[in-house]
Design a protein around this ligand. Structure first.
Ligand code: C2O
Ligand code: CU
Ligand code: CU
Length: 459
């Protein structure tokens, strides 16, 4: 395979960040005169941040901020991003949840050669689906994502949705100590269990921020879990708040109440509609019992808003279960099999799929796909978690429909990531309509890096 798009950075070293629609628009108002195409120059570079007051954290950032610059594009348009690597090491960008051609998927040695320090790469693809997505590297992920290389990618509906206000809330729990210094992004003992957790929980990099929202309005809250490890158990503490789910992982659902709590695993997103209560009300947005942010309602001169209509469906092909072929995937804990010699050499393999552990240091793993699907074939995957730790199972390149589970009631919906609970078996279905070699992995980053990844070919 040759990677002709790879280019040497020459003469553009001084460029800053240029982005249409970029920056901190806090209240999102439907933009009538939105341009038809978006062009961004996105630089990844070290950035000293003050996550802990009075202390410096040596983060890595996209577009001078972590979480990274918010990228926006309209559904059906071309997204063109010139990515410039000013990090001390090689990297790539993967566009999580976007159905795109393999060459744009950002997986090293499968989609493209890694982008070396000082080089740039032009990503360019059509975005078929509206919704809340994100981007991140697919190289030395525990450290690169851990240091802050994660960013929101918002695809606006082709026709303006009924929401006049929105907020993008990026959740991340930083692996830093009380002085802001990074702690280990992956500890073997933790990688073999639930994954290595950070310590400082943040929303848009602020610990327990106050979010001011206009009273009486319905605000779209786009919550993105950009963390390496943590599953956020989202709730608003009070049962009389009117908050409804509008989309899961980018894809619209029939609006329904948030309910008691929603478990948002690493890589997952949820779009909520919140009817902001009367002026002066303070609501905690929480992870289980822990406060993530305070929502404060402030005066608004606009007339009280009605609930927006459901968001229009994305054009995802509907799998036909009557003619689907069934494939089984067992996710197993294999830590007991890890050899001391491997561990001594820093090769940790604690997890496997159907008896195969991905070797993060072997560039040829994707040459041995765990399954080969026929282009345009219909498939049911039976996902079986044989361990007591949960895994957010993610597929590149295609959306899939969650059908059912032996653990909970499911209203079938399309997604790119399913949080497979402990010892759960779930069924998903898809039409294999995107040719390529697609990563299929757990999004707990240190599970992925210690074996829980495979390639699925569509030919
Ligand atoms: Cu968020 Cu392999 O992806
Ligand atoms: Cu992905
Ligand atoms: Cu996992």
């Amino acid at each position: 395979m040759s990677f002709t798009r790879r280019q040497i950075l020459a003469g553009i070293a001084g460029l800053g960040v240029v982005g249409l629609g970029a920056g901190g628009a806090r209240y999102w108002l439907g933009r009538v005169a939105a341009p038809k195409t978006h062009d961004y120059e996105l630089i990844a570079a070290p950035l000293d941040m003050e996550l802990v007051a009075g202390h410096v954290t040596p983060a890595w950032a996209y577009g001078g901020q972590a979480p990274g610059l918010e990228l926006r594009c309209r559904q059906g348009d071309m997204l063109r991003v010139r990515f410039i690597n000013k990090l001390p090491e090689q990297t790539t960008i993967h566009w999580h949840g976007i159905r795109l051609p393999l060459e744009m998927d950002g997986v090293p040695y499968v989609s493209q050669a890694p982008v070396l320090p000082g080089e740039y790469f032009d990503y360019e693809f059509l975005v078929p689906d509206a919704g809340s997505y994100w981007y991140h590297p697919h190289t030395t992920s525990a450290e690169q994502l851990g240091r802050g290389l994660v960013g929101p990618l918002i695809i606006e509906e082709r026709e303006a949705s009924g929401f006049k206000h929105e907020r993008v809330l990026c959740l991340k729990t930083w692996h830093i100590d009380a002085q802001g210094a990074f702690t280990a992004f992956s500890v073997p003992r933790e990688a073999a269990r639930e994954g290595t957790r950070g310590r400082l929980s943040t929303v848009n990099s602020v610990s327990i921020p106050t979010l001011e929202l206009p009273a009486g309005q319905v605000v779209r809250l786009r919550l993105l879990n950009l963390d390496n490890t943590v599953t956020y158990r989202l709730n608003l503490a009070s049962s009389d708040v009117d908050v409804r789910i509008y989309a899961l992982d980018g894809h619209p659902v029939q609006p329904r109440p948030l309910g008691k709590e929603y478990w948002l695993g690493p890589g997952m997103r949820i779009d909520l509609g919140l009817k902001v209560p009367e002026v002066g009300t303070e609501l905690p947005l929480r992870n289980g019992p822990l406060r993530l942010a305070t929502i404060k309602s402030v005066a608004s001169s606009e007339p009280a808003a009605e609930w927006p209509a459901p968001l229009p469906d994305n054009p995802v092909a509907e799998p036909d279960l009557s003619r689907a072929e069934t494939l089984r995937f067992n996710f197993e804990w294999a830590a007991a099999l890890a050899s001391p010699a491997d561990e001594a050499a820093g090769r940790y393999k604690y997890w496997q799929i159907n008896g195969q552990a991905w070797d993060i240091n072997d560039k040829t793993c994707a040459d041995r796909p765990i399954a080969t699907l026929k282009k345009d074939g219909h498939y049911i995957f039976v996902l079986r978690n044989m361990a007591q730790y949960q895994h957010p199972i993610h597929l590149h390149g295609m959306a899939f429909k969650v059908l059912d589970s032996n653990r909970k009631a499911i209203i079938p919906y399309f997604t790119d990531t399913y949080l497979l609970g402990k010892n759960e078996t779930a069924r998903i279905a898809l039409v294999a309509d995107n040719p390529g070699v697609w990563m299929f992995h757990c999004h707990v980053i240190d599970h992925m890096e210690t074996g829980l990844m495979a390639a699925i070919a569509v030919v």
